[in-house]
Design a protein around this ligand. Structure first.
Ligand SMILES: [Zn+2]
Length: 227
């Protein structure tokens, strides 16, 4: 977990309190003054074992006095937690549609057109996957979204197998999948549920938005003003 915030001590016996985060979310932590206890460095990443979980007013926090804490090298992505955003898909970014992934265990990175993994070089035995990267406009703000395979399949009605068939047999190949999927999702109103990681919502579920005229007007005004 990464120390994402450090707060002023609210008690004289308190050595440090703040917020720890990882890819699943954030949680408050406390360290009480005790011989041998040291504070954590803000921005640093730690492996934490045997922390005691306290509950106060329905909120969980970690007491690190009993914990074994080891500092780690490097950085990790911290999630802002569960997110739900509603609006219109106003942009579908390149790299959406059917993609190839690196088959090396634990890698799964997207490959380039020439089947290159940024870490493992050329990978002719790639696996296929679907994703849509884009922007969702809620009328006030544009959210960066990443739709995962299940969501892409249900939203576009194009399965991974069907997309693979197009990619391997259509003259335009993977570009044809991109174009067909873009046609099906651009301008659609959806509600996306997922996790927010580094200012992007990783969407694992979505559903059509029921029409709300006020929001619709705001979006149209905004779209009209921007063009
Ligand atoms: Zn790789």
């Amino acid at each position: 977990a990464k120390v994402v915030q450090e707060w002023d001590a609210s008690h004289e016996r308190m050595l440090q309190s703040g917020l720890l985060g990882d890819e699943t979310g954030t949680i408050k932590f406390v360290i009480w003054k005790e011989p041998g206890k040291e504070s954590l460095a803000p921005g640093s990443v730690y492996n934490i074992f045997y922390a005691q979980v306290d509950e106060y007013n329905g909120r969980l926090s970690l007491n690190l006095n009993t914990a074994m804490v080891m500092q780690e090298e490097g950085d990790i992505a911290v999630s802002g937690g569960e997110a739900a955003v509603s609006g219109a898909i106003v942009h579908v970014a390149p790299g959406s549609g059917i993609i190839k992934r690196c088959p090396v265990e634990g890698c799964n990175r997207a490959l380039s057109r020439q089947n290159y993994c940024p870490v493992h070089e050329i990978q002719p035995k790639f696996t296929y996957d679907l994703r849509i990267k884009g922007w969702l406009d809620d009328g006030e703000k544009t959210h960066s979204i990443l739709l995962q395979r299940d969501v892409v399949e249900s939203l576009t009605g194009i399965s991974l197998a069907a997309a693979q068939e197009i990619a391997e047999n259509n003259p335009l190949g993977m570009d044809e999948v991109f174009l067909q999927m873009r046609d099906k999702v651009l301008g659609r109103y959806i509600t996306c549920h997922g996790r927010e990681i580094e200012n992007r919502v990783i969407v694992n579920k979505c559903e059509p938005v029921t029409f709300e005229s006020e929001k619709h007007t705001a979006l149209l005004n905004r779209a009209g003003g921007a063009s």
